[in-house]
Design a protein. Structure first.
Lengths: 115, 111
């Protein structure tokens, strides 16, 4: 099973709201990722968690706050977003051994609209 | 900085008309090159991983190849269900575990 699940599928939020995106995998993977994808653009890396520790933060604004409660779950907390943050947010996971390029498996994404 | 360039941006083929998609890359030490397929509004679907020049992988009508500077995704006798955006991505020594994606090739197969 190579399934990564994400909830919710769609989210509409105002600029003053606080919301969270959730991601789950049961493949025993030890690395999890958040990517942002704007329309007709490729995915862009936001965060990498390796063995439940944040290892990469690609200069993402502080209004995005990641959390990895355990090896199967990944959250992205959202606060005071801007309309330009509207995008498809993708979660991915991989086996995650350092120095080895394993394939990443992506979830279906959460379509976020900020009004 | 790692760079991935895909061409063409869009490609329209007739069913059964074979062709190739190109992915050129510049990285500081390649760990792996990946091909994904993405349908509209969905997450990328993993297709292949290539690690070293000369390597080839095949799956149904798709074949991926790798040289020191580029990768090709060959599509043989495509069907309408092969229509999608095909993304190439690299993982480099500098980039740690993250992927750097190209802009993709939007492929349309007409019946």
């Amino acid at each position: 099973d190579t399934e990564v699940t994400q909830t919710p599928k769609h989210l509409v939020m105002g600029m003053t709201n606080k919301k969270s995106l959730k991601c789950e995998q049961h493949m025993g993977h030890r690395a999890m990722y958040w990517y942002k994808q704007k329309a007709k653009k490729p995915p862009e890396l936001m965060f990498v968690y390796s063995y439940e520790k944040l290892s990469i933060n690609e200069s993402v604004p502080s209004r995005f706050s990641p959390e990895c409660p355990n090896s199967s779950l990944l959250n992205l907390h959202l606060h005071a977003l801007q309309p330009e943050d509207s995008a498809l947010y993708l979660c991915a996971s991989s086996r995650g051994l350092a120095g080895v390029a394993y394939e990443q498996y992506f979830g279906p994404g959460t379509r976020l609209t900020v009004t | 900085e790692d760079q991935v360039t895909q061409s063409p941006e869009a490609l329209r083929l007739q069913e059964g008309e074979s062709s190739s998609l190109n992915c050129s890359y510049t990285v500081s030490g390649l760990r792996g090159l990946f091909w994904y397929r993405q349908d509209p509004g969905k997450g990328p679907e993993f297709l292949f991983t290539l690690y070293s020049a000369g390597e080839e992988k095949e799956k149904e009508r798709l074949k991926a190849t790798l040289t020191k500077k580029e990768s090709f995704l060959h599509i043989t006798a495509p069907k309408p269900e092969d229509s999608a955006t095909y993304l190439c991505a690299v993982q480099s020594i500098r980039g740690a575990d993250g992927l750097t994606f190209g802009k993709g090739t939007h492929l349309i197969i007409q019946p």
